[in-house]
Ligand binder design. Structure first.
Ligand code: GCO
Ligand code: MG
Length: 400
C-alpha cells in the first residue's frame, strides 16, 4: 500500500486545527491531528515543507519504520513541533492500517481492556458559588470526575475561567494576565472546602495549578489539600527539572498529574522511574502519536502510574478519537480529560466517539473513527491566535 498523497489542512472552526490527510494507492486514507495551540503554522510548515516530500511513495503499512525515519532521521530530535508533526503522520498511518484490517484501532493495539472510559470535564466559575453550581449541574448529568477552577479574587483573569471555545484565543498579541501566588494559595483550599462540604467525598475532584508554583509552594499546597482527597493536583510546578518533584512527593500523599506539555519519554523518564507522579498526561498528539505514547504508558505501568490523556478543546476531535482507542486498550488507564469542542469543529470533524453520562466511548468503526469534511473546513480559514502570558504585579514574567 503506497502513499500517493499527503495534504496539510489548516482550518479554524471555532479555533485553529492542523490536520494531515494521507492517501494511498488502494483508495484508503487516514487523518492525524498536528495542532500545537498558538504555534499552528510552524507544524503545518514542518509537515508541508519537510515531511510530506519524504512520505510520498513510502509503504503506508510501515508505521514503525516511518516513525523512526522521521525521529532519528531529522538529527534534531524531540521538541513540540517535531513531535506533533510525527504524531500526525503516525495517527494517520494507524488509521489507515486499522481501516485496511477492517478493525477499530483498539483491536490492532491488542484489543479492549475496558468497555468505556472514565472522563473528567471542567467546572470553571467566576466565583466559588458559580463553580459549586457548575459542579452540581455536571454531577446531575452523570459526571463522576470534575476539574474545579475558580477565579482568584483580586486577579482580573484566572487560568481556565473562560467561556467554552474562547480560551486563549487572543488574535493580536498574547493577552497579559496577572499572577499572585500567595493569594492563590490562600484561596484554593477555601474553594475545595466549599466543594467537599456540599458534595461530600463521593465525587472525584481534580485541580490544575497550570505550572505556577515552586516545589516548596507546591509541597505545602499538596500537603494542605490532603484533607480534600483530590483525584489529582495537576502541573503543580513546571517540570523541566524532574528532580524538583521529589520535594513535593516527600511531603504529601496528594496524587500528582503531569505531562500535557511533554513530547517525549525522556521528559518523564525520571518522574516515572522514581515514582514522583501518579498520572501521566501525554497524548497521541503532542507526544509523538500512538507509537510513542504506547511506549510511555508501558514504562509508566511498571511503576504503578496510570494514563490520563490531555483532552483540551485545542486539540481536534481526531486526537480525542485516537486517545480513546489508546485508552480502550491501555492496561494502566487512569482517566480521560474531556473539554467540549465548538459546534463548528464537530461539523468539520464527524466522529464515532461519544460521551454518555460522563463516560466516553471509542466507537467500533474501522480506524480511529474520525473524519474530516474538507468542504466544511474551507469555510473556516486560519486566524492567528495566542495563548495568554502571565506576569507578577511588578512586571516579572511568570509561567502561564
Ligand atoms: C488542560 C490544559 C489546557 C491547556 C491548553 C493549552 O489541563 O486541559 O492545561 O487547558 O492550558 O491545552 O493549549
Ligand atoms: Mg492542564
Amino acid at each position: 500500500m503506497k502513499i500517493t498523497n499527503a495534504k496539510v489542512i489548516v482550518c479554524s472552526p471555532g479555533r485553529n486545527f492542523v490536520t494531515l490527510k494521507i492517501e494511498t494507492d488502494d483508495g484508503i486514507y487516514g487523518i492525524g491531528d498536528a495542532t500545537v495551540n498558538g504555534r499552528e503554522l510552524a507544524v503545518a510548515s514542518y509537515l508541508q515543507d519537510h515531511l510530506v516530500p519524504c512520505l510520498i511513495g513510502r509503504d503506508a503499512s510501515q508505521i514503525e519504520d516511518i516513525w523512526q525515519y522521521f525521529y532519528k532521521g531529522a538529527y534534531w530530535r524531540r521538541g513540540p513541533i517535531t513531535m506533533a508533526a510525527i504524531a500526525a503522520v503516525d495517527v494517520a498511518l494507524w488509521d489507515i492500517k486499522a481501516k485496511a484490517a477492517n478493525m477499530p484501532l483498539y483491536q490492532l493495539l491488542g484489543g479492549a481492556s475496558r468497555t468505556h472510559m472514565l472522563a473528567y470535564t471542567h467546572a470553571n466559575g467566576e466565583t466559588i458559588e458559580e463553580t459549586v453550581d457548575k459542579v452540581a449541574a455536571f454531577k446531575e448529568e452523570g459526571w463522576k470526575a470534575i476539574r474545579v477552577q475558580s477565579a482568584v479574587p483580586g486577579l482580573p483573569v484566572t487560568y481556565g475561567v473562560e467561556k467554552v471555545g474562547s480560551l486563549a484565543q487572543a488574535e493580536d498579541k498574547p493577552r497579559e494576565t496577572l499572577w499572585d501566588t500567595p493569594t492563590y494559595l490562600r484561596f484554593l483550599p477555601k474553594l475545595l472546602d466549599h466543594l467537599r462540604d456540599r458534595f461530600g467525598y463521593d465525587l472525584h475532584l481534580l485541580h490544575d495549578v497550570h505550572h505556577r508554583l515552586t516545589p516548596q509552594e507546591a509541597a505545602a499546597l499538596a500537603k494542605e489539600v490532603e484533607r480534600h482527597r483530590l483525584f489529582w493536583l495537576e502541573d503543580a510546578v513546571p517540570a523541566e527539572n524532574q528532580e524538583s518533584f521529589r520535594l513535593i512527593r516527600q511531603h504529601s500523599t496528594t496524587p500528582l498529574a503531569l505531562g500535557e506539555v511533554f513530547n517525549s519519554i525522556h521528559d518523564c523518564r525520571q518522574l516515572i522511574q522514581e515514582q514522583l507522579i501518579d498520572y501521566i498526561r501525554t497524548t497521541p498528539l503532542h507526544a509523538g502519536g500512538i507509537t510513542h505514547v504506547r511506549r510511555i504508558a508501558d514504562l509508566a505501568g511498571l511503576y504503578h502510574i496510570r494514563t490520563a490523556c490531555h483532552g483540551a478543546a485545542d486539540m481536534s476531535p481526531i486526537t480525542m478519537g485516537a486517545a480513546l482507542h489508546f485508552d480502550r486498550w491501555v492496561p494502566n488507564f487512569g482517566i480521560q480529560e474531556y473539554a467540549f469542542h465548538p459546534d463548528e469543529a464537530k461539523n468539520v470533524f464527524p466522529h464515532e466517539w461519544h460521551l454518555k453520562d460522563g463516560q466516553l466511548y471509542s466507537g467500533e468503526k474501522p480506524g480511529h473513527g474520525v473524519d474530516i469534511d474538507e468542504k466544511a473546513a474551507e469555510k473556516y480559514p486560519y486566524r492567528r491566535a495566542y495563548l495568554d502570558v502571565a506576569r507578577l504585579s511588578d512586571g516579572t514574567m511568570w509561567s502561564w
